[in-house]
Design a protein around this ligand. Structure first.
Ligand code: GLN
Length: 491
């Protein structure tokens, strides 16, 4: 079935005219009709618009357009509800944006469209990307395609579930503390957070601006490299995007990792690490060694402070970023006798409990008297965490860790315990604090009696070291078959 294909297989078949973009898009829409009532990866979808884009791609191919010029020509790609797509609703998984429709395209979306992609659908997420389970969405939860009683991870749970269940060929998500890599791990797909500055965030609704990055979810590492080729690069509309040349990330996938040095941080072997996750990562380490990489123990001494640091900095930035949702400029409004009452009523009714918790926490750590004790100290620790990584990268080319301490947990299991929920991000958060790149890819399954659950391997790379990181990920993937497994719901 066409919806099951990777980008590389689909584009090959499209180029040979064996299939049309319309057929590929229809196959995704059919799969959504078949399974999304159970999974709920999509908040909304405009099928007519998707098919019209597909027809335009088919016409372009007849008129001579090629994948050499447009590497995603005819490929259906769905996006997280935090990215602006012109003419489509933009809700960030929240009620507060009401009937808001985006007047413009995010740069990453504009680049996908320029590369010929069919950009469709609004994918479910934790409200304003705050969460690790997609249970914080105002539009209802998303279920893990491998086991419908479990969460898909978050906050980009819809983006991960849609790829895992073959409802889209690839998707975009955003990652502030793990929101791409953690759901990719729990849903058994590939998810990459680029280096801070690699991809423009213009048109990404801001959560924590010093941490946010946009990145792809795909079925394999090659597709991930293709997506990164398209969305990367400097953009004058995002001053944090860096004017570094974009290499061809697919050209770096040589399969040869002989002589590369990999680091295993001793601080990541924590008590809460599930034995099956540990065993899968240990096996992946042996596999990488057998491919010719050398593996050595390294130390990232400030790791134990990462979660605390993140949960000060991210809410602080969020409290400032979310001030713009005031009932005046965008979306929903609850009227009041005066502007203050209007703000309070709108924000009281529009934001969900987790978003309110973050705004309160963030306002508190920035308030006078607490700023030095919390925010300033967290910024200093953040610098130490970045230095840990830069020092480690003098010794190794990439770092290997589990992506998450456990496989997907049950719906409701952690929703009443924010601290437990926050701790599910321990392995992904440091990467954002340090501004480096990270990728998660499948490295095994649990032996769960009811349904086996995917396990993710995380590789962390140097700043702008995506090429080497992807080469290692690809070499590992091609020597294993984990990425070829499909959840039962797809059969
Ligand atoms: N789970 C983390 C949080 O809730 C990370 C979210 C994200 O990366 N957007 O903040």
């Amino acid at each position: 079935m066409l919806n099951q294909l990777t980008i590389s297989k689909l584009t090959t078949r499209l180029a040979r005219r064996e299939v049309s973009a319309r057929e590929a898009t229809q196959a995704c829409l059919d799969q959504i009709n078949r399974v999304d009532g159970q999974i709920h990866a999509f908040i909304s979808l405009n099928a007519a618009d998707a098919l019209a884009q597909a027809d335009a791609a088919d016409h372009a191919m007849v008129s001579g357009a090629t994948q050499a010029q447009q590497p995603l020509l005819g490929v259906p790609i769905a996006v997280k509800d935090v990215l602006a797509v012109k003419g489509q609703p933009l809700n960030c998984g929240s009620k507060i944006l009401g009937q808001f429709v985006s007047p413009y395209d995010a740069t990453a979306v504009e680049k996908l469209k320029a590369a010929g992609a069919i950009v469709f659908g609004r994918l479910n997420m934790d409200e304003f990307a705050m969460g690790s389970s997609t249970e914080n969405s105002a539009f209802g939860l998303t279920r893990n395609p491998w086991d419908l009683t479990r969460i898909p991870g978050g906050s980009s749970g819809g983006s991960a579930a849609a790829v895992a269940a073959d409802e889209a060929i690839a998707t975009l998500g955003s990652d502030t503390g793990g929101s791409i890599r953690q759901p990719a791990a729990l849903c058994g797909c590939v998810g990459l957070k680029p280096t801070y500055g690699r991809v423009s965030r213009y048109g990404l609704v801001a959560f924590a601006s010093s941490l946010d990055q946009i990145g792809p979810f795909t079925k394999d590492v090659r597709d991930c490299a293709t997506m990164l080729n398209v969305i990367s690069g400097h953009d004058r509309r995002d001053s944090t995007s860096v004017a570094q040349p974009v290499p061809d990330y697919t050209a770096g996938l040589t399969g040869n990792i002989k002589g590369l040095r990999l680091g295993l941080p001793k601080e990541y072997m924590i008590g809460g690490l599930d034995p099956e996750v540990k065993a899968a990562v240990d096996a992946a380490v042996r596999q990488l060694q057998s491919l010719g990489a050398s593996v050595e123990e390294i130390s990232l001494p400030h790791t134990e402070y990462a979660a605390a640091t993140y949960y000060i900095i991210a809410p602080a930035e969020a409290s400032a970023n979310l001030a713009r949702f005031d009932g005046i400029r965008y979306g929903a409004r609850v009227d009041g006798a005066d502007p203050l009452e209007l703000y309070c009523r709108t924000r009281g009714a529009g934001f969900g409990p987790e978003v309110k918790r973050r705004i309160i926490l963030g306002t508190y750590v920035l308030s006078s008297g607490y700023y030095d004790a919390y925010y300033l100290r967290a910024q200093k620790v953040r610098t130490l965490i970045r230095q840990d990584f830069l020092k480690a990268f003098e010794q190794v080319d990439a770092i290997i860790t589990p992506t998450t301490p456990t496989a997907a947990f049950r719906i409701g299991e952690k929703s009443d315990d924010p601290l437990q929920m926050y701790l599910s991000d321990v392995f992904t958060i440091s990467c954002n604090l340090a501004g480096i790149c990270g990728v998660s890819l499948p490295c095994g399954f649990t032996s769960n009696a009811e349904a086996k659950l995917p396990i993710g391997l995380q590789l962390l790379g140097k700043p702008f070291g995506e090429e080497t990181m992807l080469r290692i990920a690809h070499a590992y993937e091609q020597s294993t078959s984990w990425h070829q497994e499909k959840p039962l719901i797809c059969s």
